[in-house]
Ligand binder design. Structure first.
Ligand SMILES: N[C@@H](CCC(=O)N[C@@H](CS)C(=O)NCC(=O)O)C(=O)O
Length: 201
């Protein structure tokens, strides 16, 4: 199988952490880089959305979106990072919360890295950060016990989301009002799977 990969993508990181934690074998990575204004056309042949991660399989259509790929690889490996219901609903909501943080944070980063300065709109950027802010508060107040439970995709997504905030939006100082989440992240970041996937630069 072939995974379209970028070392700075937090969604790719989710997949790479799951691969390491589940002990999945037989995946080759292919480096690609693209943006909405400069898509990678090779990648777009596999994933029409032009986004990483995407997973080419020999026996079926390309899978894309980190949520689909992670669930597929978990099932292949029998890793159990998707627990049975009712805990599953909590796990998937934590994952959705972390992915929502990423979606807003990536839009903020694209705004400054891709959009010409004259076309930027600060209230829109702050509106994205407000989403991140609220979601972080919910992780701190509602989900901290869940995060301390058995390893699941919700924890992997949360670790990657917090890592991305440190990587690209460190000046926002997300830890300041969230001591429990900060403590959880400090422990989670020590995992070998997280250490092996720290974004470069
Ligand atoms: N929901 C997707 C998001 C993937 C995504 O946005 N990837 C970014 C890199 S961090 C990308 O490939 N962007 C290129 C583009 O939007 O054209 C997932 O979970 O895989």
């Amino acid at each position: 199988m072939k995974l379209y990969h970028s070392p700075t993508s937090p969604y790719v990181r989710k997949v790479m952490v799951l691969i390491a934690e589940a002990g999945v074998q037989g995946i080759a990575t292919v480096a690609v880089s693209g943006t909405p204004v400069a898509p990678d056309l090779t990648l777009a042949e596999s994933n029409p959305l032009g986004k990483v991660p995407a997973l080419d399989r020999p026996d079926g259509p390309t899978l894309y979106d980190s949520r689909v790929i992670c669930q597929f690889l978990d099932a292949q490996a029998g890793a159990g990072f998707y627990p049975s219901a009712p805990r599953l609903w909590d796990t998937l909501t934590v994952e959705a919360t972390a992915d929502g943080i990423l979606d807003a944070a990536v839009l903020m980063v694209y705004e400054t890295r891709i959009r010409p300065e004259a076309n930027r709109y600060a209230p829109w950027v702050e509106g994205q950060w407000a989403k991140v802010d609220r979601a972080l508060d919910v992780l701190e107040t509602r989900w901290i016990d869940h995060l301390s439970g058995p390893l699941d995709i919700g924890q992997i997504a949360t670790g990657c989301a917090l890592g991305y905030l440190d990587f690209r939006l460190g000046n926002r100082n997300w830890r300041k009002t969230r001591p429990r989440l900060a403590e959880w992240e400090a422990q989670f970041a020590k995992r070998a799977s997280m250490q092996a996937t720290v974004p470069p630069g």
